[in-house]
Design a protein around this ligand. Structure first.
Ligand SMILES: [Ca+2]
Length: 161
C-alpha cells in the first residue's frame, strides 16, 4: 500500500491504518492515487481539492483523534496545550501526522507515564528527541544537533511508549 516505506511493518498499528483508511477514502472519492493523497497530507505536494477532502475526513474522525489518552500524549498546534490537537495512546506510532499537523505542533502534553519520541522527518527519520515530561512551548526545546533551532513546527513523525 505504501511501497516507498519498507520499514512500516515495525510499526503496523491501528493508528497508522486509520490514516491509510482516510487517505484511501479521499483517493477513491477524487479518483487519485492514495500515495498522492498522503504526500499532500505530509505537505510534500499542494492540492487544494485534496486538502479540502482531507479536512472533511479529519472532521468526521475528530472524536477519535481527540480522545484523551489514559496513558499517552496529546499534541497541540499552539503553545501551552492550546489550539487544534490530536492524542495518541501508549504503544501508538504515526509514521506521518494527521492532516494539518505536519511541522505545526507547538506543545506536547504527557498523560501519566508515557514517553514520546519526536522525529524531524516522516517515517521516524531525521533528528529525534525523547521526553517523559510535558513540553508547554517547543520553541524552548532545542535540537540536540543545533542549539539555534527548536522543535517548534518541526515534528513529522511520532512514537509513544
Ligand atoms: Ca519536520
Amino acid at each position: 500500500m505504501n511501497g516507498d516505506n519498507p520499514d512500516s511493518n515495525m510499526t503496523s498499528i491501528p493508528s497508522v491504518s486509520l490514516f491509510r483508511g482516510i487517505y484511501n477514502r479521499v483517493a477513491k472519492r477524487l479518483a487519485v492515487d492514495p500515495s498522492y493523497v498522503s504526500r499532500v497530507a505530509r505537505g510534500e505536494r499542494k492540492s487544494l481539492v485534496v486538502e479540502k477532502a482531507l479536512a472533511e475526513e479529519v472532521r468526521i474522525h475528530r472524536e477519535i483523534y481527540r480522545r484523551r489518552p489514559d496513558v499517552g500524549v496529546c499534541f497541540y498546534r499552539d503553545i501551552n496545550f492550546r489550539g487544534d490537537y490530536f492524542c495518541m495512546e501508549r504503544g501508538m506510532s504515526y509514521e506521518s501526522l494527521p492532516p494539518g499537523f505536519n511541522d505545526r505542533i507547538s506543545s506536547v502534553r504527557i498523560f501519566r507515564r508515557a514517553e514520546v519520541s519526536l522525529f524531524n522527518d516522516s517515517n521516524f527519520r531525521g533528528v529525534s528527541a525523547a521526553s517523559r515530561e510535558s513540553i508547554p512551548d517547543l520553541r524552548y526545546w532545542r535540537l540536540p544537533t543545533d542549539s539555534s533551532r527548536s522543535w517548534n513546527d518541526r515534528i513529522s513523525s511520532i512514537q509513544v511508549r
